[in-house]
Design a protein around this ligand. Sequence first.
Ligand SMILES: Cc1cc2nc3c(=O)[nH]c(=O)nc-3n(C[C@H](O)[C@H](O)[C@H](O)COP(=O)(O)OP(=O)(O)OC[C@H]3O[C@@H](n4cnc5c(N)ncnc54)[C@H](O)[C@@H]3O)c2cc1C
Length: 336
Amino acid sequence: MKTESNADLTHFNTFAFPCDAKVLYSIDSDEDLPLLRQELRNAPCLILGGGSNFLLPEKLDCAVAHINIKGKKLVNENDRRCLLEVAAGENWHEFVQWTVSQGLWGIENLALIPGSVGAAPVQNIGAYGVELSNVIDWVEFYHLKTGEFIRLTPGECQFSYRQSIFKTELKDAAVITRVGLRLTRTPNPQLDYGPLQSFQHSDNLTPAFIAAKVAEIRQSKLPDPGVLGNAGSFFKNPIISDEHYRVIKQAFPDVIAYPQQKQWKLAAGWLIEKVNFKGLRKGAVGVHQHQALVLVHFGGGKSEQLLALAKEIQQTVQSTFGVLLEKEVRTYPFCG
Ligand SMILES: Cc1cc2nc3c(=O)[nH]c(=O)nc-3n(C[C@H](O)[C@H](O)[C@H](O)COP(=O)(O)OP(=O)(O)OC[C@H]3O[C@@H](n4cnc5c(N)ncnc54)[C@H](O)[C@@H]3O)c2cc1C
């Protein structure tokens, strides 16, 4: 296990905000985890993957464990499914590319989501009509409190929209080490989501083709964090009651919303655009000009400026629509 004191995390977060961490542990194998537990002696520790869903403070007064465990394999295959095992430190998009290159169906719609495999179950990543929980077989983690390696079934992971047990009961206590996924060689294209619908009647669809189309669409819509600091959608799409939806619909007939059983999921980007924040710049931070759900860092700023802008957006949306925008990106304070 490599250890670095007063580590600079500027390149460990896709916002590229400067962050000075008290100590950074690099976890390269399962064997490093008991050592980490020993070092921590129950002190808080932030578990870090690719830093694409974090807003880090300028000074981080706790330990950080960067998860770098590598490896992937096909565990077994029958005529219905392939079971794959992949380690937490693998890059998510590279893993998707590997699966589609072998003709495997299941995660092609999740192409080009930044970050690591280990973080993917934490918020049950989702895009273009597919969620990771659709294909999860198990999630293995190391419990920092008990020192055990444990495997959870999808039911035990308590997955829902951008949510799992790793954000609640097991927050900061579970280091995800490996994930088991059930993929298939039988064609199963998921093309219900807007821009993908045009391929519904195409012949000879392959997972690689769909992954490439998803990547193209994403590149045309979302800013590349390598060029402009961001963490994707800053807020979740809020889910509201039918009664509340009708009130909003009456006042704003063009509201964008999708039915969810007896509730409605509102497009958070539409709410933010409606209160005139789209494209707004405040010094070094702002709201992306084409995608109001993405807050951006133009460089040379501090994360507190972005946090202040996020609060202003929340307050304005709340007072206009009576809707609380919950953050999807993890923000500080974290430790303790
Ligand atoms: C341009 C852009 C587009 C995006 N698009 C999408 C999208 O379409 N859909 C979507 O769902 N997300 C999207 N995201 C958000 C982000 O990519 C995902 O949440 C991703 O899974 C985060 O991975 P990470 O490794 O960077 O996690 P980090 O940001 O490092 O961590 C995120 C959370 O996971 C925890 N964590 C990380 N690794 C582990 C581990 N091994 N064990 C336990 N906990 C861990 C952290 O403590 C933290 O709470 C986007 C982000 C960007 C920048």
